[in-house]
Design a protein around this ligand. Structure first.
Ligand code: MN
Length: 197
């Protein structure tokens, strides 16, 4: 049985970037539904007792993959945020080994941000844009439709922006790019650096 993760902040802590209303629906309704759906699908299936990662790596395209993928993706998504600060609103970004790697591959954090936002804005329909790491420490941006996760490409997921409309429509309506541009203010880079280790 899978359970809904607890948020490491209060529902209004990410305002104004993400409203308490959006958190309420996104975490309390959408993610809860994926959890409920997977728990109904698992009994008697080959995936009973497996971790979300194991299910995502082995399940065929279909309902089990989609619901397990969405739980895994949202768990990584919701635990990568922290409240915005005056500093993060002006100069967001990592400070450790990941900062050096981003600058080595993109030239600057700003160039990486622009690439990440463009790939998120350009993903047709519903899905996720990811920063993910390869075994050799190199990093890559991937666009994953639906419930996709870079795990299935042999990559370790580090950072993700959810581009399903349910992630932003209450606050930004059709302005996906504006939502993505605002998310940098609330990224917990200590957590992203921890995932990169
Ligand atoms: Mn979502």
């Amino acid at each position: 049985m899978f359970t809904l993760i607890e948020l490491p902040y209060t529902p209004d802590a990410l305002e104004p970037v993400i409203s308490a209303n959006t958190i309420s629906f996104h975490h309390g309704k959408h993610l809860q539904t994926y959890v409920d759906n997977l728990n109904k699908l698992l009994p008697g299936s080959p995936f009973e007792g497996k971790t979300l990662e194991e299910i995502v790596l082995t399940a065929p395209a279909g309902a089990v993959f989609n619901n397990a993928g969405q739980i895994l993706n949202h768990n990584l998504y919701f635990t990568q945020f922290k409240p915005a600060t005056a500093a993060s609103a002006v100069m967001p970004g990592p400070t450790g080994r990941l900062k050096a790697r981003i600058e080595a591959q993109w030239g600057s954090f700003a160039a990486f941000q622009a690439d990440f936002e463009a790939k998120g804005a350009g993903l047709f329909g519903s899905g996720w844009v990811w920063l993910a790491a390869a075994q050799d420490g190199s990093i890559v941006i991937t666009q994953e439709p639906g419930a996709g996760n870079p795990l299935t490409r042999g990559l370790k997921p580090l950072l993700t922006f959810d581009v399903w409309e349910h992630a932003y429509y209450l606050d930004y309506q059709n302005r996906r790019a504006a939502h993505l541009a605002a998310l940098w203010q609330i990224i917990n880079w200590d957590e992203i650096e921890r995932r990169y280790k």
